[in-house]
Ligand binder design. Structure first.
Ligand code: PLP
Length: 834
C-alpha cells in the first residue's frame, strides 16, 4: 500500500528543518518524502518515510532505540543529542526539546488545513465514547478523521492532528489533561472550530486544586471556537459556560424542550424521537430512532454525539437512522481476539488515572458472564503519590466486583501496594517471562484480559503470545475498506440512489451478521440474502434493515413473512401462496422479471397475466420494488444484450406501475452494472463483490480497496534430501537438497487441490513459495528453500498485499466470488476497523 494515497501532502526534510528551526546534520533536500511521525519503535512503520522523534520519559529515552530504528531503515530523526556514530545516510534534526518539536510540527500542519472543520472534545469522562460515536454517525457519508482510541495526551494529540489530511471534511480530536498549563499547548495544536464538553467528573483529580480549576483548565480548549456543545446539564458546568463563554453559541440537548437546542423524547423501549432541533422539521416518522444501549452513561453520550453530528451536518436526517447501529466501544478493534476465545485489551501505553478507570469499566462493563484477568505491573513511571491514587482507583473499582469474577496478575519486584486483594484473586510474578510461563501451563480460556503495564515490562510479549493471529488460519475483514468502497459507489451514483447490499452466502464468505451490522451502521438501505434461513439469522441478531429473500420458495413464505423478511416473487405459485396466508398485516414484495438471465423471474411473455393478477392482489400486499438481473454487465462484448435487458426491464416495470397505480423502486444493476450502465430510471443498485474491492476493470479497481486478507502459519519446517518425496502419492520428489514448510491450511479450508505441485503458492516473509506435493485436507507443503530464517509459527499470506483474491482465483481457474465463498467454516473471521 503506497502511503502517498493516505497523506497527499508529505513534508520535505528542508521544510521540517525550517518549521522546527533545527540544526541539521546530514543530507537535506526538497523532495517531499516524510509521511509518518514515529515515536515508538514497537510500532511497525515504513521507516524510510518516517520522521522519528526521540522522546524521553522519566524511565525511558527513545534515543536508546535509534540504532535499532536506523537498522530498520530510518532516514530522518529529531534528536536532542546525536548518537556516538553518525551514519552518513541519516539526517538528524537537532532541537532542544523533542516533545515541543513534535507539537510545533503538528501545530504547523494544523495551520495548513484550511477546509477541515476540527472538533475538539474534552471533559472528565466519555470523551472517547463521544468521539467514536460521532465518527460512526458521520462516516462514511462524510470524510472524517479521528484520533485513535486514547491518543489524547501531549504526545497523542500531535500524532492525531498529523493524521488529518486536507481532504477530510471533519476531524474529531480528543484532548485530555492532568494538570494546569497543559490544555493551552493542546489548544495550539488542535485549534478546534467546534468544541464538545462531555462531563465534569466528581473524582478529585490529583493535578487540580478543585473542580472549578479543572473546569477552567479544560475549557481552555475552546478559546477560539464559535460553537460549543455541552454533553451535560450539571448546573456548575452550565453556569460556568454561560458566564465565561457568553459570546459563543452554546448548544445543549435535553429530554425536555425547555431552553435547550435539541430535545429528545423517549417513546417506548429503545425508541426515541427528536422533538426539537435548530433545523428544518422532519416528518414524525423520520424523527424516530432507536438507541441500542440501556445504561445511562452510554445513552447520554450517544445523544451528545448525535447532537454534534446534527449540528455539523445541518440536520442530515440519515444520521438519526445510524443511531441504531452504534456499537459499544468495548467491541472496537482495540480488543483483539486471543487464543481460546479470549479477548485482549492492551492498554499499556497510558498510565493516567482517567485511562485506568476507563479501561477497568470497559473490562467489566460488558458480557458480565465472562471471567476477567487484569495484568498489572509495577508502575515506575508514576510518582509515588500518583501511584497511591492509581491503586486507590483500582481498589475502588474492584471493590464493586465479586472477587470470583476476576484475577489480578501482578508483575514486579517491589511488593504490590497495600490493596486488600483476597489472596486467591491475585498472582504475583517478578518478571513478565514468569507470567508467560504461567500462561503456558494454565492458558486462560473465555476470558477478557486487560494489559496495563509500564513500558520496561514489555507487555506486548503477553499480547503476542495470547494473540490468536499467530496460531490460526484466519480471514481478516477490513470493515473500513468496505465502508470506503461503498462510499466510492455512492460517489459515482446520484445522491438519492438507494443501496441494497448483497449479504447472501454469509456475505460472500465473510460473515453475515457482522457484515450486516456494519452495513447498517454505514447506512445501506436494504439487505438481500439468497435463502430464508440467512434472513432469519439476521433478524435473530436484531438487524433492523429491510431484508429481501431471493429464493423464497412457496413452502418457506410463511416463515419469511413471520420474520419480517420481504420475499422476491418470481412465480405465480408464490403469488398464490401469499394470498392464501392467513395474515392481513402489510407484506412488501419484490417482483423479479427475467430479462435474459434465465435463472429466476417472470418471463416477459407472461407480463400481461402477471399484471392482471397484481390488480387483484389484496390491499395488504404491496409491491415494494421491481427488479431484474443483468447476465453480463461485466463483459463489454455483451453491451448490446445488457442494454436490451435494461430497456425491456423498464418497459415491463412501467406497465406494472401503471396497472397497480403507484411507483415502485426499480433495480437491475449489480456491481459492474452500477458503474457502467446506471440510468436514473432506477432508484436502487444491488452491490455485492464491489464492496470487497473487486471490480471487472483495473481502472475501477484502482478506486477500491481490497477488504479481505487470508493468513495461516507454518506448522513445521523440514530439510529435504535429494530423492525425498513430499505428501500423498509422492507426486513431488526433491532433485536437490531443499527445505519445505507445512502450512496449516488445506482443501477443507478452500485451498483447491488443483493448486498442487506449483499451480499455486503462498507468500512467506514476502517471498513466493510454490506448493509442492498435493494439497492435503488440512495442510499444504510449500517450497521454502530460499528462506534462511523460516521457522514454525511464521505467518503465511494466502491473500494479502502480495497475492490478491484475483491472483488466487486465476491459479484456481475460477473467479473471486468462488474463492471468497469457498473459504471453509473453520477459518476464523476477524473483523477490524482502521
Ligand atoms: C449476487 C447478486 C447481485 C450482486 O452481484 P455482484 O456482482 O456481486 O455485485 C445482484 N443481484 C442479484 C440478483 C444477485 O444474485
Amino acid at each position: 500500500m503506497s502511503s502517498s494515497i493516505h497523506h497527499p501532502k508529505p513534508y520535505s526534510p528542508a521544510e521540517v528543518a525550517e518549521i522546527l528551526q533545527a540544526e541539521v546534520i546530514g543530507p537535506v533536500h526538497d523532495r517531499r518524502c516524510l509521511y509518518h511521525l514515529w515515536t515508538d519503535t514497537r510500532q511497525a512503520m515504513p521507516a524510510s518515510e518516517s520522521l522519528f522523534f526521540c522522546l524521553r520519559g522519566p524511565h525511558f529515552d527513545a534515543h536508546d532505540f535509534l540504532p535499532q530504528a536506523i537498522q530498520n531503515g530510518l532516514k530522518y530523526a529529531v534528536v536532542e543529542r546525536l548518537p556516538s556514530e553518525i551514519p552518513p545516510e541519516v539526517t538528524f534534526f537537532k532541537v532542544s526539546d523533542n516533545l515541543a518539536a513534535l507539537q510545533i510540527l503538528a501545530a504547523h500542519h494544523r495551520s495548513r488545513l484550511k477546509s477541515t472543520t476540527v472538533i475538539g472534545i474534552t471533559g472528565s469522562n466519555g470523551k472517547t465514547m463521544v468521539k467514536e460515536w460521532l465518527y460512526d454517525l458521520l462516516w462514511p457519508d462524510y470524510d472524517v478523521a479521528k484520533s485513535p482510541l486514547s491518543y489524547n495526551s501531549q504526545v497523542g494529540v500531535p500524532l492525531s492532528v498529523w493524521k488529518i489530511e486536507p481532504h477530510h471534511s471533519f476531524a474529531i480530536i480528543e484532548a485530555g489533561i492532568s494538570q494546569p498549563g497543559e490544555m493551552e499547548k493542546l489548544e495550539r495544536i488542535i485549534r478546534p472550530d467546534v468544541g464538545i464538553f462531555t462531563y465534569l467528573g466528581s473524582a478529585h483529580d490529583a493535578g487540580f486544586t478543585n473542580r472549578r480549576q479543572k473546569l477552567t483548565e479544560k475549557s481552555k480548549l475552546f478559546q477560539q471556537v464559535k460553537n460549543i456543545i455541552l454533553g451535560t446539564d450539571q448546573p456548575e458546568v452550565l453556569e460556568f459556560f454561560s458566564n465565561n463563554f457568553s459570546d459563543r453559541h452554546l448548544y445543549r440537548w435535553s429530554f425536555e424542550s425547555k431552553d435547550s437546542d435539541f430535545a429528545f423524547q423517549h417513546v417506548k423501549n429503545d425508541i426515541y424521537t427528536l422533538k426539537k432541533s435548530p433545523f428544518k422539521p422532519l416528518s414524525q416518522k423520520e424523527c424516530e430512532f432507536a438507541v441500542p444501549f440501556t445504561d445511562e452513561l452510554s445513552v447520554k453520550n450517544s445523544f451528545t454525539a448525535l447532537s454534534a453530528a446534527l449540528l455539523l451536518t445541518n440536520g442530515d436526517r440519515q444520521i438519526l437512522r445510524k443511531m441504531a447501529a452504534l456499537t459499544p466501544v468495548r467491541m472496537r478493534m482495540e480488543w483483539t481476539h486471543g487464543i481460546n476465545d479470549c479477548m485482549i485489551l492492551n492498554d499499556s501505553y497510558t498510565a493516567d488515572p482517567e485511562a485506568l478507570v476507563y479501561a477497568l469499566r470497559t473490562l467489566f462493563s460488558l458480557d458480565t458472564s465472562r471471567k476477567k484477568i487484569l495484568v498489572l505491573s509495577e508502575l515506575d513511571q508514576l510518582k509515588s503519590e500518583q501511584q497511591l491514587e492509581y491503586f486507590d482507583i483500582l481498589q475502588r473499582e474492584l471493590s464493586v466486583q465479586p472477587s470470583d469474577r476476576y484475577t489480578v496478575y501482578y508483575v514486579g519486584k517491589r511488593p504490590i501496594l497495600p490493596i486488600p486483594f483476597s489472596s486467591n484473586a491475585i498472582k504475583i510474578f517478578t518478571t513478565t517471562e514468569e507470567l508467560l510461563q504461567d500462561f503456558k501451563h494454565h492458558p486462560p480460556t473465555h476470558t477478557d484480559i486487560l494489559l496495563k503495564g509500564a513500558r520496561r515490562f514489555g507487555f506486548e510479549k503477553i499480547a503476542q503470545s495470547l494473540s490468536a493471529h499467530v496460531h490460526e488460519t484466519r480471514l481478516e475483514i477490513n470493515l473500513s475498506a468496505i465502508g470506503r468502497n461503498l462510499s466510492y459507489f455512492r460517489s459515482r451514483l446520484p445522491n438519492s440512489t438507494k443501496v441494497m447490499a448483497m449479504v447472501k452466502a454469509a456475505s460472500y464468505g465473510s460473515g453475515s451478521v457482522e457484515l450486516a451490522r456494519f452495513l447498517t451502521s454505514v447506512g445501506v438501505d436494504y439487505l438481500a440474502v439468497a435463502y430464508a434461513d440467512e434472513g432469519i439469522e439476521l433478524r435473530n441478531a436484531h438487524i433492523p434493515l429491510p431484508i429481501m429473500v431471493m429464493n423464497a420458495h412457496p413452502h418457506v413464505l410463511p416463515l419469511v413473512i413471520e420474520h419480517d423478511l420481504q420475499p422476491e416473487i418470481y412465480s405465480f405459485e408464490q403469488l398464490e401462496q401469499l394470498k392464501n396466508l392467513s395474515t392481513t398485516s402489510l407484506i412488501k414484495i419484490h417482483l423479479k422479471i427475467d430479462t435474459g438471465m434465465k435463472r429466476l423471474g417472470f418471463e416477459p411473455d407472461h407480463a400481461d397475466i402477471l399484471i392482471s393478477k397484481l390488480q387483484k392482489l389484496p390491499n395488504h400486499i404491496v409491491v415494494e420494488s421491481v427488479l431484474s438481473h443483468l447476465a453480463a454487465a461485466d463483459e463489454p462484448l455483451h453491451k448490446d444484450f445488457t442494454i436490451k435487458q435494461i430497456e425491456q426491464f423498464h418497459t415491463i416495470a412501467e406497465k406494472i406501475e401503471k396497472a397497480i397505480g403507484y411507483k415502485v423502486i426499480r433495480h437491475i444493476h449489480n456491481t459492474a452494472g452500477s458503474l457502467d450502465y446506471f440510468d436514473d430510471r432506477c432508484q436502487m443498485v444491488r452491490l455485492g463483490i464491489g464492496l470487497y474491492g473487486i471490480a471487472h476493470s483495473p481502472e475501477i479497481e484502482r478506486n477500491l480497496q481490497p477488504a479481505v486478507e487470508w493468513y495461516s502459519f507454518v506448522s513445521q519446517v523440514k530439510e529435504l534430501k535429494s530423492g525425498d518425496s513430499v505428501g500423498y502419492g509422492r507426486s513431488f520428489v526433491a532433485d536437490k537438497p531443499m527445505k519445505s514448510a507445512t502450512v496449516a491450511v488445506g482443501y477443507a479450508d478452500g485451498i483447491r487441490r488443483s493448486l498442487s505441485n506449483g499451480k499455486g503458492g503462498f507468500y512467506i516473509h514476502g517471498v513466493y513459495c510454490p506448493i509442492i506435493g498435493r494439497v492435503c485436507m488440512d495442510m499444504t507443503m510449500v517450497d521454502v528453500s530460499g528462506l534462511d530464517n523460516i521457522k514454525a509459527d511464521d505467518p503465511v499470506e494466502i491473500i494479502g498485499p502480495h497475492q490478491s483474491i484475483q491472483d488466487l482465483a486465476r491459479q484456481m481457474g475460477t473467479i473471486p466470488y468462488e474463492v471468497l465463498t469457498s473459504v471453509g467454516h473453520r477459518v476464523r473471521r476477524i473483523y477490524y476497523k482502521e
